[in-house]
Write a protein that binds this ligand. Structure first.
Ligand SMILES: Nc1ncnc2c1ncn2[C@@H]1O[C@H](COP(=O)(O)OP(=O)(O)OP(=O)(O)O)[C@@H](O)[C@H]1O
Length: 463
């Protein structure tokens, strides 16, 4: 056990890690002079703006290495970087750090310092918060924060890549707050036309603009007594930001076209998959508004950084998929689970959930297979030419309609599935069992897919 850290087990099953605050400084390289102190159980170093120490060094990988703290001490762990992590000229994968140790990532040299200040980090004793599951230390640290902040009225900012569970966290905060019997209103700042967003947020009075034939309540009013979840906050137009700031600070709003203020009664939770601090630096997001939101920040790590959560999630989604498809026999082999733990999951938990659902549908035996899993992130060369060509017009339309990426992708997949099953059933003369055999899926799955795609026998020309 290290002198600088120790874990205490608390009565409610929670753990508390006592550690010495530490500092990392760039000694050599493009970011020379950069120095930051931390009191966290894990932090990331790399060239991605989402890393805790973000380096402008082209020889550094996006997520290059991590500093992980536990009761054994402070470890420097290489995260599969291209050019390696070095200590004293030796390439290292996982090494304990002591005060003043220097290490090298790409062309950057950094130094680790322990400060005299002691801090405590808590991990929940539970592997769920609301409908959110997770047993990794990173998630249990987040659950512990959520357990403490949910019952208050504090504004919370949830950050994380697409599919990491931001909306689920927002919902769980609401359901664990005294406002749980009030409304939970979601406003996706990226999905509303620029000229309508002010009225969507604050409402409008009759005649406020052309087409405003009556007055209408906005999201702040609709969420009265409950929680307002502002999704994709980073997409909010800069000229609307001062109005939102005013609404948060004064706790009052002015509907468009009215000069009377109305007192609000909402708890605000916001989410973003952009790094808002970089948006502040780029001038796309107001600094004062950022700090108004950043009082409590919850940063959901990508799934690839918490493989310990995968078995729990897989079992949960497997149960759901078995129920949904009316099958109760599909299971998972140990080796398959290990493969899933190593996969990179660029679409995070959403992708894992979809994968399990698809795998259950397509599996003929009683164990899910990984042959439907891409080995890595899909690249342009993975796309067969014919699909590439036929999907182009849909991509064009989606871009013209400003459709969010997720919706555009789902539309494309749905289109493909309809075409695929339509043509296959045409070939088999409407024989579902034969189509299932050719496609290599269970007959029940085909019936489920047809129902899901809303394809009737008539559409398919089956008599
Ligand atoms: N920890 C978790 N436990 C159980 N289900 C999860 C977890 N995280 C995410 N999910 C599920 O994954 C899917 C995606 O989650 P969610 O929509 O909350 O992600 P998001 O971060 O808001 O995504 P986006 O930024 O694309 O809107 C949902 O079906 C959600 O229920």
């Amino acid at each position: 056990m290290s002198d600088a850290t120790r874990t205490i087990f608390l009565d409610d099953g929670a753990e508390q890690l006592e550690l010495q605050r530490f500092r990392v400084e760039v000694i050599e390289g493009p970011d020379k002079g950069l120095s930051r102190a931390f009191e966290r159980a894990e932090l990331l170093l790399g060239s991605s703006p989402d890393c805790d120490i973000s380096l402008n060094d082209p020889a550094v990988s996006r997520v290059h290495a991590a500093i992980v703290v536990d009761e054994n001490g402070y470890r420097l762990v290489d995260r599969g970087s291209k050019n390696g992590t070095f200590v004293e000229g030796l390439r290292t994968v996982d090494i304990f750090l002591a005060d003043r140790v220097r290490f090298q990532l790409g062309d950057t040299t950094l130094q680790f310092y322990l400060t005299d200040e002691k801090v405590e980090v808590r991990f929940s004793g539970s592997d769920r918060f609301g409908n959110m599951l997770g047993k990794s230390r990173a998630m249990r640290e987040i659950f512990s924060i959520l357990e403490r902040v949910s019952p208050t009225d504090a504004t919370v900012l949830i950050e994380g890549e697409s599919g990491t569970g931001k909306e689920l966290v927002a919902e769980a905060i609401h359901l664990n707050s005294p406002r749980k019997d009030g409304p939970f209103i979601v406003l996706d700042c990226s999905a509303i036309a620029r000229e309508l967003i002010e009225s969507e947020l604050f409402g409008h009075v009759k005649g406020a603009f052309t087409g405003a034939t009556g007055s209408r309540k906005g999201a702040f009013e609709a969420a009265r007594g409950g929680t307002l979840f502002l999704d994709e906050l980073g997409e909010l137009a800069v000229d609307l930001q001062p109005k939102l700031l005013r609404a948060l600070e004064k706790r009052e709003i002015k509907p468009v076209g009215s000069n009377q203020s109305v007192k609000t009664d909402v708890r605000i939770v916001a989410a973003t998959n952009r790094n808002l601090l970089s948006e502040v630096k780029e001038g796309n997001f107001r600094e004062d508004l950022y700090y108004r939101f950043a009082v409590i920040r919850v940063n959901l790590p990508p799934l690839r950084d918490r493989p310990d959560d995968i078995p729990l999630l897989v079992e949960h989604f497997l149960r759901q998929a078995n129920e949904m498809t009316g099958r109760d026999d599909v299971d998972i082999a140990y080796k398959t689970m290990e493969k899933l733990k190593r996969h990179r999951w660029p679409g995070n938990v959403r992708e894992l959930k979809n994968f399990i659902e698809r795998a259950v549908l397509l599996t003929q035996g009683d164990a899910i297979e990984t042959r439907y899993l891409n080995a890595g992130e899909p690249s342009a060369t993975d796309v067969p030419e014919a699909i590439e060509e036929s999907s182009l017009p849909m991509v064009e339309t989606a871009l013209q309609e400003n459709l969010p990426f997720k919706d555009a992708k789902n539309r494309l997949i749905e289109h493909f599935e309809k075409e695929y099953w339509g043509r296959l059933l045409e070939r088999t003369g409407g024989n579902v069992s034969k189509a299932a055999r050719i496609a290599g899926v269970h007959r029940k799955s085909v019936e489920y897919i047809l129902k899901k795609l809303d394809l009737t026998r008539e559409d398919l020309g089956i008599s």
